[in-house]
Write a protein that binds this ligand. Structure first.
Ligand SMILES: CCCCCCCCCCCCCCCC(=O)SCCNC(=O)CCNC(=O)[C@H](O)C(C)(C)COP(=O)(O)OP(=O)(O)OC[C@H]1O[C@@H](n2cnc3c(N)ncnc32)[C@H](O)[C@@H]1OP(=O)(O)O
Length: 195
């Protein structure tokens, strides 16, 4: 373990005096389906290997509800959902809730409690919300229910997202994926040369 860098972490509990989040003016409105993170997202896009999670905005305009149909290909234990894929579902759903409030942010830290096994064939419903935004930090939380909204609780999660700009992707994504989104080679190289 000698060469493992120690990463400083702080709490993902939002400060008690943080202001309530407000819907971003360009975010979809109550009842509307949310947009996928991007066309190749393995959480929510309609592509092979995706969990194909679909989300809709709740009446408050800030929270979202999400649907995840658990299939054979999502197994961990026999006939049961893999825990890491429940975390993926939470990451996607919480990451969709944050798009109601801020433009782009990435998961910095997430914790999940697994409360009940989830059999293959179950529809999981997730409720996700932004609890607070403080500077670049976006505090989120969610609950996953078995079979129906507000049914038996399968798991809960909290995550801290950190707001990023386009330079995050320009610096770190594969150039061919950025070019497919319309970024020129010059823009990508300039972002990578910047300190
Ligand atoms: C051409 C353009 C195309 C654009 C197209 C857009 C597509 C839009 C796609 C979105 C997609 C989403 C899809 C689902 C969600 C994923 O899948 S996101 C993918 C998984 N996550 C990642 O890859 C993130 C990897 N980590 C990082 O890049 C960096 O560590 C971070 C998170 C950006 C933070 O780094 P940083 O910007 O240097 O910020 P830093 O100063 O370290 O931290 C800022 C604050 O957060 C706190 N913090 C940071 N990390 C932690 C932690 N782990 N625990 C607690 N606190 C922390 C710091 O303590 C600090 O707090 P304050 O001092 O301000 O109080």
């Amino acid at each position: 373990m000698g060469n493992v860098r120690r990463v400083p972490t702080s709490t993902i509990e939002p400060p008690a005096d943080a202001e309530a989040p407000r819907r971003h003016p360009k975010a979809p409105g109550p009842g509307e389906r949310t947009r996928e993170h991007h066309s190749q997202c393995r959480g929510c896009a309609d592509v092979p290997g995706s969990l194909r999670i679909r989300s809709w905005v709740e009446d408050d305009g800030v929270s979202v509800r999400s649907r995840f149909d658990v299939l054979d290909e999502h197994q961990g234990g026999p006939g049961l959902l893999h825990g890491g894929l429940l975390m993926t579902a939470f990451d996607d759903a919480l990451g969709t809730a944050h798009t109601q409030v801020v433009r782009a942010a990435v998961t910095a830290r997430m914790e999940t409690d697994f409360r009940r096994p989830v059999p293959v064939g179950t529809t999981l419903w997730l409720r996700s919300r932004v609890d607070a935004v403080v500077g670049r930090k976006v505090y989120t939380s969610g609950v996953a229910y078995l079979g129906e909204l507000d049914g038996e609780v399968a798991g809960t999660a909290r995550a801290l997202f950190v707001k990023v700009g386009a330079e995050h992707f320009l610096k770190h994504s594969r150039p061919e994926d950025l070019e497919a989104l319309g970024a020129s080679r010059e823009v990508i190289e300039a972002a990578r040369a910047a300190p």
